[in-house]
Design a protein around this ligand. Structure first.
Ligand code: PMP
Length: 301
């Protein structure tokens, strides 16, 4: 097996204890922490780098450069190692310590940008450097590259349809670049236009749901179409933390905060749905990426 084949085809797991709070509605989640570099972002990163190589834009001598809240950067670092390219990542300084350590361990150069400017500051800094030295860099530009959402159109959406034998009724997930949401939901609606696509966002501009964006207060990704979601859902950071802890302690799923936010939003949605509904969401990464976070409530925090 090729190491790149460890990306995609993740298991879809039923959240039995969480679903038991609902009447006849089940919640299922894609175990994206099972991807090669440990997050959902492997899918988009692999597709963008592969396309860059095919188009001759990513070739020997070039460095991969982009901004990231951490997970795409880690995916680039791991894929850069496999494909033989150096990687330079711009990320907000308040990204978790684990993300920075993993990037360094995988050999990526890391440039920290102002935490106050969040993902926008990292994006603008990467853009300036990429545009200043185009001969040096390959800039996938994950926020504006259609290959990002299409990676999910060609993989995640197909997998969910097949794994639920076409029974999925709702797809709900948070958005960073919105690639996961836009690509997966587009594909599912092609299979069955009745499938409802629900976009999750943090309930305020200053939030702790790492990897996700409060769209109204940040630069909108180029391919994000705000008229596309059937519905929007908001999650409060404290509720996302609490759900993340419950997922570990009740479902055996030690996952990250955006996964907690997704499951909380799926549960809130499930309470409004008729029996027989099947809600699918994403477990974007693992709890190992947030060990240094205080919200676990451990005595050594
Ligand atoms: N959760 C986490 C932890 C992430 O890192 C990201 C990507 N920034 C997302 C969710 C959202 O993924 P997407 O960019 O496909 O919207």
């Amino acid at each position: 097996m090729n190491v790149l084949d460890l990306i995609g085809n993740t298991p879809l797991v039923e959240l039995k204890k969480t679903s038991s709070e609902l009447e006849g509605v089940s919640i299922w989640a894609k175990a994206e922490f099972r991807n090669l570099s440990g997050s959902v972002k492997d899918r988009a990163a692999k597709a963008m780098l592969t396309e860059g190589i095919e188009k001759g834009l990513l070739r020997p001598g070039k460095t991969i450069i982009d901004s990231s809240s951490g997970n795409t950067g880690i995916a680039y670092a791991v894929l850069g190692a496999v494909l033989g390219y150096p990687v330079r990542i711009y990320l907000p300084a308040n990204a978790s310590r684990e993300r920075k350590t993993i990037l360094a361990c995988c050999g990526a150069a890391v440039v920290e940008t102002s935490p106050l400017e969040s993902s926008d500051g990292a994006y603008l800094a990467a853009k300036a450097e990429a545009n200043a030295h185009p001969e040096k860099y390959f800039w996938p530009n994950q926020y504006n590259n259609d290959v990002n959402w299409k990676a999910h159109y060609h993989s995640t959406g197909v997998e969910i349809w097949e794994q639920t034998a076409g029974k999925v009724t709702h797809f709900i997930t948070g958005m960073g670049t919105s690639g996961t949401f836009m690509g997966t939901a587009r594909r599912l609606k092609e299979y069955n236009p009745k499938i409802q696509a629900v976009a999750v966002q943090p309930d305020s501009p200053f939030h702790g749901i790492e990897g996700t964006k409060h769209m109204a207060s940040t630069i909108k990704p180029g391919f994000y179409d705000e008229t596309f979601p059937d519905r929007f859902a908001e999650v409060n950071t404290e509720a996302a933390y609490a759900r993340t802890i419950r997922l570990a302690r009740e479902e055996g799923l030690f996952v990250g905060i955006s996964s907690g936010a997704n499951v909380q939003a799926a549960l809130d949605l499930g309470r409004t749905l008729p029996p027989g509904s099947l809600v699918v969401t994403m477990l974007c990464d693992s709890g190992f990426r947030y060990l240094s976070d205080g919200f676990w409530g451990l005595t050594n925090d």
